[in-house]
Design a binder for this molecule. Sequence first.
Ligand code: ADP
Length: 950
Amino acid sequence: MLYPSCLRRLLVLVSLLGSLAACAPTPPPTYRIGFSQSVSAGDWREAMLAGMKREVSFHPEIQFLTRDAQGNSRQQQQQVHDLLDAGADVLVVAPNEEHALSSAIEEAYRRGVPVILLDRHTTSPHYAAYVGGDNAGVGAAAARYAALRLQQRGRIVEILGSPSSVSAERHRGFAQALRAYPEIRVVGEVVGDWGATSLQPALSRLLQTYPETDLIFAHSDLMAQGAYEVCRRLGRKDIRIIGVDGLPGPGNGMEMVQQGRATASLFYSPGGEEAIRVALKILHHQAYERENILGTIVIDSVNVLTLQQQATKVASQQAGIEQQQQLLRTLQATYTNQRTALYGLLATLLAAVVLGASAWRAARSNRRINRELARQNEANDVINRELVRQNEANDVINRQLSTQNEEIRAQRNQIAELAEQARVETEAKLRFFTNFSHELRTPLTLIMGPVEEMLTGPHGAALLPSHRHDLGLVRRNTQRLLQLVNQLLDFRKIEVGKMAVQAREDDLVAFVRELVETFEPAARVQQVALLFQPAVPQLPGWLDRNVLDKVFFNLLSNALKYTPAGGQITVRVWPADDGQALQVEVADTGRGIRPQDSPHIFEWFYQGEQPATAKGSGMGLALAQGLVRLHQGNLTFSSQLGQGSTFIVTLPCELPAELRTTAALPEALALDEPRALPIEDLTAETAAGQEPLVLVIEDNADVNEFVARKLQPHFRVQTAADGSTGLQLAKDLIPDLIVCDVMMPGLSGLEVVAQLRADWRTSHVPVILLTARTAPEQQVEGVQAGADVYLTKPFNPTFLLESIHTLLANRARQHEHTRRQLGAAAQATPDAAAPDPNPDQAFLQALTAQIESDLTRTDLTVEELAQALGFSRTQLYRKVKAVLGTSVTDYIQLVRLRKARELLLNDKLTITAVAYEVGYTSHSYFSNSFKARYQVSPSEFRARHLADSA
Ligand code: ADP
């Protein structure tokens, strides 16, 4: 395995080797020497270039760039720019013309590239160096050599090159030097073009003109060759010829001298090597001459062989050098290849070494790890054995634990069972306790009723004072007992969450004022001043009177209870919390609350220190607080022992929708608006000559008897001891009114009412429900089931009588109303097409439809009609009487005559036909009946109606 650390090491090594290879000897930085040549043709020019190349070949670091303008100055100018752009570090320029290249040289100067002028100057002063021959010196050397050969006397012809500074200088030097030899005379000048032929005609003519000519000086060897050919043609082999250039090689100056075609040639160096040498000095920042004038030597028969040999030697040496250089390059390439291969090998070797080392180390550490693993395995075995042993021990413990858990679970279940049992028992006790409280209310009602009756009834005034006092005592204590029982029931309701708030929009000031007023007599008796101080005349808010009544009642009773004579109770009402809340304060100047009682007074059944006179239960404040919280408010207090106590109730003005009700108060409904019957009635009387029949359904025999006794002086009374008996009796007798208890075994009062309402025979009978249940929602339940009035026990018997009278009177009023309606118009007929959900309405629809279906039958009996509707004859009789206030036969006649009126409007039917149609066999009986009901005879009715419509 190759460890990551080894791999890293290997990588480092390889990169090190790479950089070693990179550090191998590399050529020094390359210089570029650019050479711009005006023209490359011609031996002299070739010699110039060859000289440069030769010199450059000694310097491998030099890159040599050449350009040939082929005699075109403009092109040369462009080429100088090209060389500058190609990155030349030094420029060697051999100008074509003095003027043409100046701007190019200026440009090089601007770019900081030094320029070496070769052979010719330009007009620009911004050149770095000049290398070139001394043309005047060449001219002078030619003159001195001519004088020597002519022994200072003779005739000379000069052949000038095409006009240029070169030819001018050579001519000047030549002429000047000849002045030293007065006996030498230049007889003529010929201007050539540096070539061999153009001069020949003019020279030929001149030689013929001056046959005494001894010597010709041509400015170049080539022109000297031309002159030689002219002289040969003229047979003037005696004329000496001197040329300029003296180059080696075939056809050049040296060969001409050696073969005798020229007497001498003046060596004029092309300066290639020298120019490169100066360039190198500049590149290497060495000192150099700015003006490098090259000297000349005379080549003649004396030294020509030596010079030729030297030139050949140089040429062959040059060839050798080039060969060696070629060899060197080959060797260098081989060397580079081998070096690369070597480094590669080295790297591979090193990598192998490193890998080997790593492998060796890995193997060694593997061995160590294996040994360690083996050791650990042994240890693990020991541990495992230990674990197995411990597991076994754990199993034993677990088994013990699970046994214990089992026991604990069993115990817990037992406890849970016991708790559940306790809960069930407690619940049963509480239920018993609640039911028991309910039960207490019935006997209390039975005590309260007669006592109230004795004290306030018509015989009250006749009571002996001692009896009146005793009865008062009975009444007060009964009231107190009732209050306690009610509080207990409320407590239970709050406990089981059954107490619901049903708030209405109300005025708190008016409500509290009413309550305070009820306490005024008691306060007067106790000689306590009771003040009511509302901060505003009205304070609207959402209030549940039923709930708050109990709260303020308790606070006021406490204040009265704990304030001795001479004290004062002040009740204040004001808006709080920026109008968001309402506050009621009950402040007394009584005994105050002891600090040790303060934390507990809101606890159920807690009683603080009691004065001897006070009778308490410890429920009042707990109940008050529970109720205030239900009403989303809070109850606070402050007290100072011996100074008095202040209780403050804070209530929100607004209550959430679920705590609001828009239903009217059931009491108001019961007392002021007995349920109106939906159908018109005709008479107020019940069965002729008889008192109305009242059915009392009450399971408590005492209450039943008590109520019956109270009602007997005024009504016929029937009693039933339970719901189903009562229901049956109601159906049989069709009473005028039913008084029914709510809480009964078997059928409850609410169920009795519901069944009464569902049956056509009894649906019209008014019902007064009696109950010990006070909750408003139960009263609503009763009213919803169809009760007309809901009375709470203990009820005042006088009030019960009043309620019965009111209901019956209402019924009479309804009959009156219906009679007028029915008598007046046909629309009083219930509309059979739209069945009414109201049972009485439905009954009337069915009855009317039944009569109308048998209208032509003259012998339709009440029995038949009752049977068709599922009634007995008496039931139908009482039902129709109760609903319509009339007899069945009367109603049958009403239906017949109403139909007759309709038919009379059709004048195609005779009166007799109409009578027959509506079940009358006798025309006169029909007419009499019609007139009796509508005060007009059928014929008059028809005549009047037809007149009206006409
Ligand atoms: P109780 O039926 O005993 O009055 P409450 O729950 O109404 O029960 O009150 C609890 C206790 O708080 C009372 O026993 C009494 O010690 C104390 N208390 C309540 N209201 C007052 C008050 N206005 N002045 C002095 N003490 C009061």
